[in-house]
Ligand binder design. Structure first.
Ligand code: AMP
Ligand code: MG
Length: 267
């Protein structure tokens, strides 16, 4: 499953040609849900160890168009994970003080500390894609950024952060339905902004821009995964599997207990 969605370094993901309804072999919603229960248990234990070890960090970078389900993934994947060891950051259009610095400034300041899992809801990849499509900076500025990002992420890995980068691939039709649902449901309407329609109108341009940046920045040290996102149970289970896989490879170790605890009785 993981090999199927991994973007091998130097290859183009061809997002538009991928099936956003792929079930990745999970079979049914029920089967995926049972699988997710198992992953939750593993994730909880591994996170506790990562926290106890207090030496390294794990960062999940979530990208995807509007209504691709980034918020839902965060909710569903991290159910049962100790909030004390987690840090979720949502990146919006930069404020004036953020714009007074380089584009990685706010991102760097939001990284997880040692022992923590960081979750980026959008990320520095907006500084390549959104700024490109919306023409917020000249072409030469966003074009050189993938190169910075590859090196910056290499530094993070060298310094003890494992990166998992997931692009949630929602189809145009599924996005239409979800945006309509947001409009129609009073509980969801707050999420809808008219500007979402402008973004939707450029759906294909966004996908093409992601295709390019993902090819440029999927590396051995920080690979991208393109997750089929039309079905919520597929993407939550897939992202949970990516997190568990990353943590199992990190294999966090509990600190050595103090000497002389053997046989000690608390009275
Ligand atoms: P939402 O995730 O729906 O709250 O929307 C956040 C919006 O902020 C999206 O339209 C993003 O494209 C936009 N955004 C996030 N980061 C940046 C950035 N660095 N430059 C421009 N727009 C951004
Ligand atoms: Mg939005």
């Amino acid at each position: 499953m993981i090999a199927k969605i991994r973007v091998d370094p130097g290859t183009r993901p061809h997002i538009a040609k991928r099936d956003a309804r792929d079930d990745l072999g999970f079979g049914s919603k029920e089967a995926a849900s049972a699988h997710l229960d198992v992953l939750h248990t593993k994730l909880e234990t591994l996170q506790q160890r990562l926290f106890a070890e207090n030496r390294r960090s794990l960062l999940l970078v979530l990208q995807g168009l509007d209504a691709s389900g980034k918020d839902g993934v965060i909710r569903r994947v991290f159910e049962g994970v100790n909030p004390q060891g987690c840090r979720v950051v949502s990146f919006k259009a930069p404020t004036s003080s953020e714009l007074a610095h380089d584009y990685l400034w706010r991102v760097h300041a939001s990284l997880p500390g040692r022992g923590e899992i960081g979750i980026f809801n959008r990320s520095h990849y907006e500084d390549v894609v959104a700024v490109r499509i919306l023409q917020l900076v000249p072409d030469e500025v966003w074009k050189r950024r993938p190169h910075h990002i590859v090196e910056w992420e290499r530094m993070l890995v060298d310094e003890g952060t494992t990166l998992v980068k997931a692009f949630l691939n929602v189809s145009k039709e599924e996005q239409r339905q979800r945006l309509q649902e947001r409009l129609d449901d009073p509980e969801k309407r707050w999420k809808f902004r008219k500007a979402d329609l402008d973004v939707r109108a450029r759906f294909d341009d966004y996908i093409a821009a992601y295709d390019e940046v993902i090819e440029q920045t999927s590396t051995e040290h920080a690979p991208w995964y393109v997750v089929p996102a039309d079905r919520n149970w597929v993407k939550a289970t897939a992202v949970a599997a990516l997190m568990v896989d990353a943590l199992e490879r990190m294999d966090p170790q509990l600190p050595e207990p103090e000497e002389g605890l053997e046989g000690l009785v608390v009275t």
